[in-house]
Design a protein around this ligand. Structure first.
Ligand code: ATP
Ligand code: MG
Length: 717
């Protein structure tokens, strides 16, 4: 049978990987070098050339979308469906195993999956059963604790007992949570992985069966597997050791969520005799794009080290746009997209990438104005996010007490002791008397129908809204939003929770203040500003987002861009504190992870890459004068061409100027300087202009530090 068509479009190293004999194999290679392509071709190869049944294949991908795409590609290549092949994320595969063997896994047949929010609710319930105070035991923190243990493969019984009372109490909560989940047949995300792992590990007949069935195990994006996922793979591959993994240590971006890049090194130890193949040719990007990405990632200390080159032409230079604020940045981006479209290109060929989800809002607004369809991936659109809807619901209720959905939404958010029973009674009253929930609640607090506890918590809520209403009177829109966030307790509620997600919610809420500040309302249409803003928000959350099938511009966070590619990419918001993110600045390990994220972003671009930052940014409700990201400073000057706007008011015309401007001062690269507390050092880099100039100095005593020139009082030696 002719199988050459599978190998035709591969280079030598890729072909070697695809046709390698059975055994363990590691493809360690940089971005765009064809790792995912090798993986799909490998599947096609073993099926077509080696006669392996699709039933014997287990392939793990990072997202469900990637799994669908890969399956499609293989089927297209071979011309028939890959029935029986297991291809999906770790979670979906674990889910499948547990559905098939629920009994052996000690579950009930109808077990339900808890998503992250459901899990949090269960944790709160656990706390209640244990009579513990949520204020003292923040549920988010407990969620973090429980999932952390599960992802390392530890149940409560495996956690070592200590004399530390706090730790003991956490352990007690973990145990009670496990019992509660068991009682109600509930399985959270990390439980899926852990339970499927235990099932295969402890049940010998099943283990043997699956080890025999899955003769070929393949894993994409291996650098982002966590402990339990890796244990899983070892277990499945233990008998035949037929395991094919591809990954790139430079693209490990989930360390903060427990991923272990060390698994790559460990793999060679766990599977002695592993064949290692390195792919060095990048097929995705032009030389100019690749050079910039290489220059940045080269700054990382902990790397396995790779060479990446391309035969591709130099291509257009990578361009840097220095925006004077975030709106200018968005207008620039949309302007470039418009010219891209004018040249007959597709919208779906362009991606706007950002570090923080809150940044999407301004882009959404400008795209909407320009009537360009777009889609926000890996996260809800700004006005659809739960916390934003919560905040707006307060304002809606202030604007109209009859707004029942808003009443329902926030009556007990943040929790104020209004239980389901009280709500039921309120709904009943409203139904019977044909009044709004608000009016029903007001009536009920004056009757004896509710318990005195219910009356007091309900009155508290009613008073809160009335107070808020008088507080907002006569204020500007931005102040109204700000007052609402504080007075409702929403901001404080999310601020006291721990974890990445809660932090994002706080950022989004603060961003709502910026949205209000920039909201431009035409007074002449007769509505007041608040009502106009609220309908604007409602419309924005319903419309605008393109349909799944529609050709549209892609907006996504850098994390969700992993593995994808686009001809035209905008890498936005390169400011210190935003990217690299503030939270990563203190820890060198986290900073390197941010740099890898930057590398991931740059290497998504095929033909054109624009990088931008804003001198002033209104984000999270604050105005910040960001200095350019250190990542920009790591790109050699000659590799970046700066595109300048010819000034406010003439935004449509852009002129080209050469790379970075001089800071005008005498602090230059290589100069010896003295700082009053850090002592002597040498200037490593200088970036920014005027009052925003920052210098990186290598001090003899404390190592590298970034300083703002205007405040550092450096003495030049
Ligand atoms: P990432 O690290 O970003 O996940 P990757 O290593 O998985 O990247 P692929 O997505 O497989 O890279 O490939 C990048 C691009 O290069 C794709 O468009 C792919 O089709 C193309 N490509 C890879 N190998 C070849 C080849 N030998 N000939 C032509 N095109 C290739
Ligand atoms: Mg890939």
């Amino acid at each position: 049978m002719d199988v050459s068509f599978i190998l035709d479009s591969l280079n030598d190293a890729q072909r070697e990987a695809v046709c390698s004999p059975a055994g363990s194999l590691l493809v360690l290679a940089g971005a765009g070098s064809g790792k995912t392509r090798v993986l799909t071709h490998r599947v096609a190869w073993v099926v077509q050339a080696c006669g392996v049944s699709p039933l014997s294949i287990l392939a793990v991908t990072f997202t469900n979308k990637a799994a669908q795409e890969m399956r499609g590609r293989i089927e297209h290549m071979l011309g028939y469906p890959m029935r029986g092949m297991w291809m999906g994320t770790f979670h979906s595969i674990a889910h499948r195993l547990l559905r098939a063997h629920w009994h052996e896994a000690g579950l009930e047949q109808g077990f339900q999956i808890l998503d992250s929010d459901d899990q949090l609710r269960m944790i709160k319930r656990t706390l209640k059963e244990l009579n513990l105070d949520e204020g003292y035991w923040p549920p988010k923190q407990i969620q973090w604790y429980i999932n952390g243990h599960k992802e390392e493969g530890r149940r409560s019984k495996h956690v070592l007992d200590t004399i530390d009372t706090q730790q003991r109490e956490l352990l007690r909560i973990y145990r009670a949570y496990e019992e509660l989940c068991d009682r109600f047949a509930l399985v959270d995300f990390s439980e899926l992985l852990l339970r499927a792992f235990e099932l295969i590990k402890n049940n010998e007949p099943l283990r043997v069966r699956y080890q025999q069935r899955f003769q070929h195990i393949l894993v994409d994006e291996f650098q982002d597997t966590n402990a339990i996922q890796y244990e899983w793979l070892k277990l499945f591959a233990a008998a035949h050791k037929n395991i094919f993994i591809v990954g790139d240590d430079d693209q490990s971006i989930y360390g903060w969520r427990g991923a272990r890049v060390e698994n790559i090194l460990q793999f060679e130890k766990d599977f002695p005799g592993t064949m290692v193949i390195r792919l060095e040719q990048n097929y995705r990007s032009t030389a100019n794009i690749l050079n910039i990405a290489n220059a940045v990632i080269d700054q990382n200390q902990s790397r396995l080290g790779k060479n990446l080159w391309t035969h591709d032409e130099e291509g257009e230079p990578v361009r840097l746009y220095v925006a004077y604020n975030e709106i200018d940045e968005a207008r620039f981006v949309v302007d470039r997209i418009q010219s891209w479209l004018d040249q007959g290109n597709l919208r779906s060929e362009t991606a706007i990438l950002y570090r923080s989800n809150a940044q999407s809002r301004v882009f959404e607004e400008v795209l909407l104005q320009a009537a360009i369809p777009y889609r926000v991936y890996g996260g809800l659109r700004f006005f659809e996010r739960a916390e934003i809807k919560d905040a707006l619901a307060y304002m809606r209720l202030v604007a109209s007490r009859q707004d029942d959905p808003s009443f329902e939404r926030i009556v007990n958010v943040p929790a104020r002791g209004i239980g389901n029973r009280t709500l039921e009674q309120t709904r009943d009253y409203a139904r019977v008397n044909q009044v709004s929930l608000w009016d029903a609640a007001r009536a009920l607090v004056h009757t004896k129908e509710l318990s005195s506890r219910a009356i007091s918590s309900l009155s508290l809520f009613l008073d809160l809204i009335e107070q808020l209403a008088s507080l907002l009177e006569g204020k500007t829109l931005a102040d109204q939003v700000e007052q609402t966030l504080h007075h409702s307790g929403l901001l404080a509620h999310f601020a006291k929770e721990k974890g990445e997600k809660a932090q994002t919610r706080v950022e989004n809420l603060e961003e709502l203040i910026t949205a209000a500040r920039n909201y431009d309302h035409d007074e002449e249409d007769g509505t007041d500003t608040l009502s106009a803003f609220l309908s604007h928000a409602a419309l924005e959350s319903g419309e605008g987002q393109a349909e799944e099938w529609e050709d549209c511009v892609q907006l996504m966070s850098l994390h969700s861009a992993k593995g994808l590619e686009f001809p035209l990419v905008f890498l936005t918001g390169l400011e210190e504190g935003l990217f690299p993110h503030q939270r990563s600045l203190q820890e060198p390990g986290r900073l390197e992870e941010e740099r890898r994220l930057c590398y991931v972003g740059m290497t998504r671009a095929m033909k054109l890459l624009y990088i931008s930052y804003a001198e002033v940014r209104h984000l999270y409700g604050r105005e910040t004068y960001g200095s350019p990201s250190r990542f920009l400073g790591e790109i050699p000057d000659e590799m970046l061409v700066e595109v300048r706007s010819s000034g406010p008011g003439t935004r449509d015309r852009f002129s080209f100027a050469n790379a970075r401007e001089d800071n005008g001062g005498s602090v230059q690269l290589g100069k010896q300087v003295r700082h009053s507390s850090f002592g002597e050092g040498i200037v490593l880099s200088v970036e920014g202009r005027g009052e925003h100039t920052r210098v990186q100095v290598n001090f003899e005593s404390v190592g590298n530090k970034w300083l703002v020139l205007a405040y550092a009082n450096l003495e030049i030696l």
